[in-house]
Ligand binder design. Structure first.
Ligand SMILES: C[S@@+](CC[C@H](N)C(=O)[O-])C[C@H]1O[C@@H](n2cnc3c(N)ncnc32)[C@H](O)[C@@H]1O
Length: 282
């Protein structure tokens, strides 16, 4: 299953329309994702710290969104500065506010850039990070070639993508079956294996590393809001693709005030899978 690449957190292909409710919903979802899956993000940046020697001093985050990766990397590498690139000024504004609140603003540049157009001059980077962003681009191979040029020799690129969008409801429940049908209905694109793309761009693949995510109760308080935010985004694509009965069941779950709201459930899980490719510029 790979509805992550057709909709939801990954958004539709090239969906950088002007800010609207969708942008704010996505920003909320990205922040909740980082909060609930902080252990995964820690593991990921810890692994990159082993690969990126000496420790990077200049980091680029391609398609930074609200900066979940940028901020995690600035914390992981306290000597580093980062440039966060995104086509959405709203995402970058949100990131700036968070960086100020965390005392990290003096180590961060936010750069509005369409990664499918000409890139701004960014200077040589030691580490380039692209999380859930490459598949948005019209020409990801061109962006990978640019990332190659932006890295110093021996610099590291980390590409991370979801294999499938998170599942929150147990399979053996009525709502879990609705969620499964929702994923199946929105799953219209296979997951991309970026290995060949990286090789073609001139990178040497260090490792392609799958991560299985399987969080069970007790979950952090944000998990219910995370489930609600992500299912709401999927729900916004579901009209005409699910039965009326399933749509009503979803709406009942997503009604925050209702007795059957997903926010009240004690049986939520977070099951997902992500893959990270770590590749080096020779
Ligand atoms: C799913 S979000 C991922 C955000 C962040 N990397 C994370 O993992 O939390 C994808 C981001 O890519 C950005 N994006 C999409 N197309 C882009 C483009 N052509 N140029 C720059 N950014 C783009 C979107 O605005 C969005 O912030």
């Amino acid at each position: 299953m790979n509805d992550a690449n057709s909709t939801g957190m990954h958004g539709t292909h090239r969906d950088h329309e002007p800010a609207g409710a969708g942008t704010f919903a996505m920003a909320e979802l990205l922040d909740l994702d980082a909060e609930v899956l902080h252990a995964h993000l820690d593991e990921l940046t810890g692994w990159l710290a082993e690969l990126a020697t000496p420790a990077p001093s200049r980091i680029l985050d391609l398609g930074s969104g609200t900066g979940t990766g940028t901020l995690a990397l600035l914390k992981r590498f306290p000597q580093a500065g980062a440039s966060a690139l995104d086509v959405s000024p709203q995402m970058l504004h949100h990131l700036s506010k968070k960086a100020h609140a965390l005392g990290l603003a003096d180590r961060l540049d936010t750069v509005r850039a369409d990664l499918d157009a000409d890139w701004p001059g960014l200077g040589p980077a030691d580490l380039v990070w692209a999380a859930s962003s490459l598949h948005h681009l019209a020409d990801p191979d061109r962006a990978l070639a640019r990332a190659f040029d932006a890295l110093r020799p021996d610099g590291l690129l980390a590409v991370t993508e979801m294999d499938f969008f998170p599942r929150f409801l147990p399979d053996d429940t009525v709502q879990g079956a609705v969620e499964a049908r929702l994923h199946a209905a929105l799953n219209d694109r296979p997951a991309v294996d970026w290995t060949d793309h990286l090789t073609r761009a001139g990178f040497h693949l260090e490792e392609r590393r799958p991560f299985a995510i399987d969080l069970r109760a007790p979950l952090p308080a944000a998990a219910g809001r995370y489930a609600q935010a992500s299912l709401r985004i999927l729900r916004s694509h579901a009209d005409g693709r699910l039965s009326e009965t399933d749509l009503v069941a979803l709406d009942t779950l997503l009604d925050g005030d209702g007795r059957h709201s997903i926010l009240r459930r004690q049986d939520l899980t977070v099951r997902s899978a992500r893959t990270t490719w770590a590749a080096r510029r020779p």
